[in-house]
Design a protein around this ligand. Structure first.
Ligand code: 8X3
Length: 250
């Protein structure tokens, strides 16, 4: 039986790579995002309307999300896997210099949007003994300067994943938190407000993770035998590790 994955934030990066990975293995995908042209182009690239369906909406609004899910055609209405990838970071500066509206946008998208679509799809996922893969971050686990609200939203995603796994015990639904580290994608351009110089500097000589690496992790997690649940999976490039604690001296 053909399985269907709904992937949020599929217009670039992890989301688009994940859609490609699953379609390659015979899955159908629902790709969601805010940029209709990119979604339509992705659907074409993936093989058209028989294998991919675009849902264009802003995940920050729960009512809009519910309407979008309700609009799914019958052949895309049964969902086996939810990949909660939509999310963003805005800013790299210290908290005392941050813009409050950037913080609210991250909270609305990374936590409230993710919670809303998860709740809206839970009955369908339980019906199919499906799976949820949530994109958290190494920022869920490790604080770093400038991570402030972004890291807090990703810690929420990780804890929400573990929490709903408790509630879903006995349903057969699997839940995983994936925690990527330095990855080369549009994510960094968004975070730096389109600063290509900062983007190039961050990745220079770092051999970062590519979106396809995370798509591979998601595919692996979602295709393990039904009795296996990966709770959390932290993935860094080999070039990334930890520094000593900072000590401010007088
Ligand atoms: C993205 C990875 O290192 O920018 O979540 O926090 S990092």
């Amino acid at each position: 039986m053909t399985k269907t994955a709904l992937i949020t934030g599929a217009t670039s990066g992890f989301g688009a790579a994940t859609a490609r990975r699953f379609v390659k293995e015979g899955w159908k995908v629902i790709v969601t995002g805010r940029r209709a042209e990119r979604l339509d182009a992705l659907v074409d690239e993936l093989g058209g309307a028989s294998v991919a369906h675009a849902l264009c909406f802003d995940i920050q609004d729960a009512d809009v999300t519910r309407n979008a899910i309700d609009s799914l055609p019958a052949d895309f209405a049964e969902i086996d896997l939810l990949v909660n990838n939509a999310g963003l970071a805005l800013g790299t500066g210290p908290a005392q210099e941050c813009n409050l509206s950037d913080w609210m946008t991250m909270i609305d998208t990374n936590t409230k949007g993710l919670v809303a679509i998860t709740r809206i799809l839970l009955d369908k996922l339980i019906e199919r003994k499906g799976a949820i893969v949530n994109l958290a971050s190494i920022a869920s686990n490790w604080p770093y300067p400038g991570g402030n609200v972004y890291g807090a939203t990703k810690a929420f995603v990780q804890q929400f994943s573990l929490g709903i796994r408790c509630d879903l015990a006995g349903t057969g639904v699997r839940v995983t938190s994936i925690e990527p580290g330095l990855c080369e994608s549009e994510f960094t351009l968004v975070r730096t407000g389109g600063n290509k110089e900062a983007y190039d500097k961050l990745y220079s000589g770092a051999d970062p993770i590519q979106p396809e690496d995370i798509a591979e992790s998601i595919f692996w997690v979602a295709n393990l035998p039904a009795h296996v649940n990966v709770n959390s999976l932290e993935v860094m490039p080999v070039s990334q590790s930890w520094s000593p604690f900072a000590i401010h001296r007088k």
